[in-house]
Design a protein around this ligand. Structure first.
Ligand code: BMA
Length: 341
């Protein structure tokens, strides 16, 4: 039993390994990483930045697949143990609300979560440039696209797993259409997933003590509800003379007013170190997009894209990560602006 409570279903069949002896960090890697390596299915050369969820006693995922022509699309995958994945060779076929085919020109960095009885996929779509796409499914057979929540340019849309004060809530990261050299995490609310407003600024990487997040930050997996607040893993980016480096950070947001940061760690909790993270299509990228977590034990398994090439898995517990976040907290100037100017 954990001291800090995860407010979600019990999920005792998630992958798990204890922290290795002598390892000091609050998040540790699965010993058999990567869980998905290059060329995982016919005509798919790389899978990374992908999201998984429990479904009917097993696991299902929406995967960012780079096809052999280099254009990313979303493919379904299935697993009994959330480690060995069978990826569909055909991409997900989306329809519009009238049931007609409505394929995105490209699709990447999906998040996947359930709110009430419906599963939602949020991804980066083409809407006159990079923007956030949204679709719903109840059965993983029919995928209906809803209105794009925001104007271009925006990425890293992350829906919360329940309504807060009666509204759906989404994190996003307004950006540009390329390899955006700036960016903070914002939050918006909607009564119906169509009209979005009450926009708030949540977090900035600039001005924080650590340099690992000084270029930009963006949301990661769906927030985890805990007795201490919403636990969020996110990516933070720094620039070097060899390009950008993506690490994983952690913060805890207020449970009723999630635009307020309660605690955030000044340190990264995972940074590219292993060869499958430092070398790939894009070197030095750790990009978390999903967690599986068990309320009873407090175990958390984090799925992350590794070097834009593979899927990695890492572990922590709610007690350890919350404790670490509090112990290494820094109040960053700019985090507490409510964003209404
Ligand atoms: C971002 C996104 C991610 C990618 C990252 C590193 O802008 O495109 O999909 O993992 O760059 O290349």
């Amino acid at each position: 039993m954990s001291k800090i409570k995860i407010i979600a279903d019990n999920l005792s069949n998630i992958p798990w390994e204890d922290k290795p002896e002598g390892y000091h960090g609050p998040v540790w890697r699965h010993s058999q990483n990567p869980v998905i390596d290059r060329n995982p299915a016919k005509d798919i050369s790389r899978i990374f930045n992908s999201a998984v969820i429990p479904y009917e006693g097993k696991f299902i995922g929406v995967f960012r697949a780079e096809t052999t022509n280099g254009r990313p699309h979303l493919h379904l995958g299935y697993s009994d143990n959330a480690l060995d994945w069978t990826i569909e060779e055909e991409r997900i076929e989306f329809v519009n609300e009238a049931g007609e085919p409505f394929q995105p020109n490209y699709a990447y960095d999906p998040r996947l979560l359930k709110v009430e009885d419906t599963y939602y996929i949020i991804w980066c779509t083409d809407f006159y440039g990079a923007a956030i796409g949204l679709a719903e499914t109840k059965d993983f057979k029919t995928f209906t696209r809803l209105e794009n929540p925001f104007l271009p340019f925006n990425r890293n849309g992350v829906l919360f797993p329940r309504k807060i004060n009666g509204n759906y809530v989404m994190l996003s990261r307004p950006s540009d259409s390329g390899h955006t050299p700036f960016g903070d995490i914002f939050l918006s609310e909607s009564p119906d997933l169509v009209y979005w407003g009450k926009h708030r600024h949540v977090m900035t990487g600039e001005g924080a003590e650590g340099w690992w997040q000084n270029v930009k930050i963006g949301g990661g997996p769906a927030p985890i509800e805990t007795s201490e607040g919403w636990l969020v893993f996110y990516h933070g980016v720094t620039g070097t003379c060899n390009g950008l480096v993506y690490s994983m950070g952690v913060a805890i947001l207020d449970i009723d007013e999630p635009s307020k940061v309660k605690y955030r760690s000044k340190n990264f909790v995972l940074t590219p170190e292993e060869s499958y993270e430092t070398t790939g299509f894009v070197d030095n990228v750790i990009f978390p997009c999903a967690t599986l977590h068990d309320a009873e034990t407090g175990k958390i398994a984090i799925y992350y894209g590794s070097a834009d090439t593979r899927v990695g898995l890492a572990y922590t517990t709610v007690d350890e990560i919350v404790e670490y976040t509090k112990a290494t907290h820094e109040a960053v100037p700019g985090d507490n602006e409510i964003g209404k100017m």
